[in-house]
Design a protein around this ligand. Structure first.
Ligand code: AR6
Length: 176
């Protein structure tokens, strides 16, 4: 069975999927945007697990491009997969780190047995990544990872907030 890639405009915290990806920062202790919404709607259990991760394996924070899972608390999902996108830079190409966020999130999801996964547009808010380029990186990276694991997932859902992001993902999904 092959995985379907879908696009939804709306709030990532309302997605009924096995795992929701959080556009976190390396502190794992919350922030604005997607991160703020996930902690607000998901409740304190998520932060408690994040604090435990900081007290244990991730004492120095979660490095950019990596991912780690916690409970989803009160969200309509089983897990939150926290990943740290790169801040966009004009002096250095950090695309590989952005791609790594998608690959590592998929790897963790597969380990968990999550078959449906929702991704926000990582790095395109506070971290200022241009949306067209971010959408292309998201779609091509996910497609490449799925080619290597064709039976692992049922649905990968890209969740965007605004019209501009929706247009960018529609274009990226229409490309081969
Ligand atoms: N549902 C779906 N998409 C959303 C939502 C939502 N509820 N809220 C925002 N977006 P951002 P980043 C879109 O800033 O750029 C935090 O403070 C938004 O329009 O959430 O990776 C963290 O703690 C944008 O297109 O993530 C970090 O410090 C996209 O989601 C930092 O921001 C990502 O925007 C991470 O910055």
């Amino acid at each position: 069975m092959s995985t379907i890639l879908t696009l939804t405009q709306g709030d990532i915290t309302e997605q009924a999927v096995d795992a929701v990806v959080n556009a976190a920062n390396s502190s794992l202790l919350g922030g604005g945007g997607v991160d703020g919404a996930i902690h607000r709607r998901g409740g304190p259990d998520i932060l408690a697990e994040c604090r435990a991760l900081r007290a244990g394996h991730y004492g120095r924070g979660l490095p950019t491009g990596q991912a780690v899972a916690t409970t989803a608390g009160r969200l309509p999902a089983r897990w939150v997969i926290h990943t740290v996108g790169p801040v966009h830079s004009t002096s250095e190409d950090r695309s590989e780190l952005l791609a790594s966020c998608y690959r590592e999130s998929l790897r963790i999801a597969e380990e968990l047995g999550a078959r449906t996964l929702a991704f926000p547009a990582i790095s395109t808010g506070v971290y200022r990544w241009p949306i067209d380029d971010a959408a292309r990186t998201a779609v091509t990276t996910v497609r490449a990872a799925l080619a290597a694991a064709p039976d692992a997932f049922d649905e990968i859902r890209f969740v965007v907030f605004d019209d501009r992001a929706r247009t960018a993902y529609e274009a990226a999904l229409a490309e081969d």
